[in-house]
Design a protein around this ligand. Structure first.
Ligand code: SF4
Length: 270
């Protein structure tokens, strides 16, 4: 793999410095090309430096990103398998530090054995632990999902509530899970789901300089139109899985390449 985190700033500086130097010291011989290449020439596979947008969160640029995501992934949805709000909430709790694929392998047996909050509220902890073991942190997750079921029975008539404030009182449920349930199931946009893909790609696209999910969510809520909050996360998560991959982003195939100034750009993913 060739990471072309091209030192564009250095390159530009080098070209400018060379030109300036040549102007002020005319008598000195011109710098010789290295290995037959013109000084400052781009290496094969490198792309010419682009003019940097003055403000990466400029509404026009944000609109371009949203439009292209919508064009490429018009039907992106939550990848966690579920048939109701309860299953989605539990699947999302299990997805912490775990892939959606792995969660989807575990939840069919879990929901067959404990299909409702009423059943889960009375589940033996050891049995739930065994069923969710493959998702990691299984003791804590088992404790949380039993506790979540008990809380739904005690406070919400066995139903998954529809407000952020109520959801945040449920064991194991933080803003990400609450946003997933509210957005994907109830279609209520009160925040932006910030998972590892949304976090990484929002930073790569310079939509945020923040480094914590909470702050990134606040910044995304500030620059994205509210009607895009739900789909933005679905689409960015899909984009992060197929194109803007963490270690080897497929920049040559990327439909956002011309608006991306990331230092992580990679052209060769062999
Ligand atoms: S150009 Fe590369 S780093 Fe930038 S968004 Fe596309 S895949 Fe990600």
């Amino acid at each position: 793999m060739t990471n072309t985190r091209a030192p564009k700033a250095k390159l530009a500086h080098s070209i400018a410095a060379t030109a300036s130097h040549a102007r002020t010291t005319q008598k000195k011989p011109a710098r010789k090309p290295v290995s037959g290449k013109t000084v400052g020439a781009l290496q094969p596979g490198h792309k010419a430096p682009k003019k940097r947008a003055t403000d990466p969160t400029d509404p026009q640029r944000v609109r371009t990103i949203l439009t292209r995501l919508a064009e490429h992934y018009p039907n992106a949805v939550c990848a966690l398998h579920h048939t109701n709000a309860w299953e989605l909430m539990i699947a999302t709790v299990l997805s912490a530090q775990c892939t959606d694929v792995r969660v989807n392998l575990v939840t069919p047996a879990l929901f067959r054995r404990f299909p409702s909050p009423q059943k889960m509220a009375k589940a033996p902890q050891e049995e739930v632990e065994e069923l969710v073991r493959a998702t990691g942190f299984f003791r804590n997750k088992a404790k949380n999902i039993i506790g979540a079921a008990q809380r739904l029975i005690a406070e919400f008539h066995g139903e998954v509530p529809q407000t952020m404030e109520q959801l945040l009182t449920i064991p194991g449920v933080a803003r990400k899970t609450a946003n997933v349930v509210l957005g994907s199931w109830y279609k209520i946009a009160v925040g932006v789901v910030v998972d590892t893909h949304v976090m990484r790609i929002s930073q790569r696209l310079e939509l945020t300089k923040a480094t914590t999910p909470e702050k990134i969510e606040q910044e995304l809520m500030r620059i994205l139109p509210q009607e895009s909050w739900i789909d933005f996360s679905h689409r960015i998560i899909h984009f992060g899985r197929v194109t803007c991959i963490a270690r080897k982003p497929r920049c040559a195939d990327c439909f956002l390449e011309d608006v991306c100034n990331s230092n992580d750009k990679t052209w060769n993913t062999d």
